[in-house]
Write a protein that binds this ligand. Structure first.
Ligand SMILES: [Zn+2]
Length: 280
């Protein structure tokens, strides 16, 4: 795991084992808040840093959304109160135990885990916290998933975006129009940094361009899915639409980008097919 201090009392952690997933922490005078957990293998490194090096108990843990790489480490913070979107709690309760069981068959490490859902939830508006002198504001950011929330440190204008902002938008469990809307909202917030759910920190001067690139990509894959549907061999057509043709590089996220792109196209194709069936 890599670790960096982003601002006074604000830390960023990035996985070295899985898809450059990131997490964060804000240290107050008496306790700390953690934002997301990485994959369970690296969760303990975060805990060790905060409890061991900073010598602070972790009082709150925020889940930006229910995906495994962001919150299956919840189990390792038994003394923290977990905060997330109401739908994050619902999906962790309804769906994740079965997914954990499947994962446990391949990886014995998961057998020691349990899914722990948030106990404090909200649905809309914002949820505000004070950590020392810093104000933290949580608000919904749907698109990548319906339960997405982001965390803004108001004084620093630093946003922990979760997967609402990532090097290549991933919409398989999401909604494309909401994703675009959320991206536009984030780009207009006057931020200093975006700490993306995956990949590197985005600096102030890069935000507009990255947001535009993500929106261009989302529109391109939407168009690609609609085009494929009109063809005789839609799945072959889909497979022939490369990531570069949609405005993104294949080297993003350590080369995982091409795979995510493929899954995006398939998911959109089936969503579009479904929508057209319902309209017919
Ligand atoms: Zn995700």
């Amino acid at each position: 795991m890599q670790r960096e201090r982003v601002s006074d009392n604000v830390y960023w952690f990035q996985s070295e084992t899985y898809a450059q997933v990131s997490a964060g922490a804000i240290a107050g005078p008496q306790w700390a808040v953690v934002i997301d957990t990485l994959m369970p293998q690296e969760t303990l490194d975060i805990r060790e840093f905060i409890e061991g090096k900073l010598n602070l108990p972790i009082r709150y843990l925020i889940n930006t959304h229910h995906h495994a790489d962001h919150c299956w480490g919840n189990y390792f913070f038994p003394n923290a109160t977990i905060i997330g979107h109401e739908l994050c709690r619902k999906m962790l309760v309804d769906r994740s135990p079965a997914a954990l069981e499947v994962a446990s068959q391949d990886n014995p490490l998961y057998r020691q885990l349990k899914i722990v859902p948030p106990t404090i939830t909200f649905r809309e508006g914002s949820f505000n916290m004070k950590i020392g002198k810093k104000h933290l504001k949580l608000f919904p950011t749907p698109g990548h998933s319906s339960d997405g929330i982001a965390a803004l440190i108001e004084e620093d204008r630093i946003l922990f975006s979760g997967d609402a902002f990532m090097p290549i938008p991933f919409i398989v469990e999401g909604d494309l129009d909401q994703y675009i809307e959320t991206t536009q909202k984030i780009a207009s917030m006057g931020l200093e940094n975006i700490i993306q759910g995956h990949g590197d920190i985005i600096l102030r001067g890069e935000i507009k361009e990255k947001a535009k690139e993500n929106i261009t990509y989302l529109r391109a894959i939407s168009k690609a899915a609609r085009t494929a549907i009109r063809r005789k061999n839609p799945l072959e057509v889909l497979d022939s639409i490369g990531i570069e043709a949609c405005g993104k590089s294949r080297v993003l996220l350590g080369g995982l980008a091409s795979e995510l792109h493929k899954r995006n196209l398939r998911a959109l194709y089936y969503q579009t097919l479904e929508n057209e069936k319902n309209e017919a």
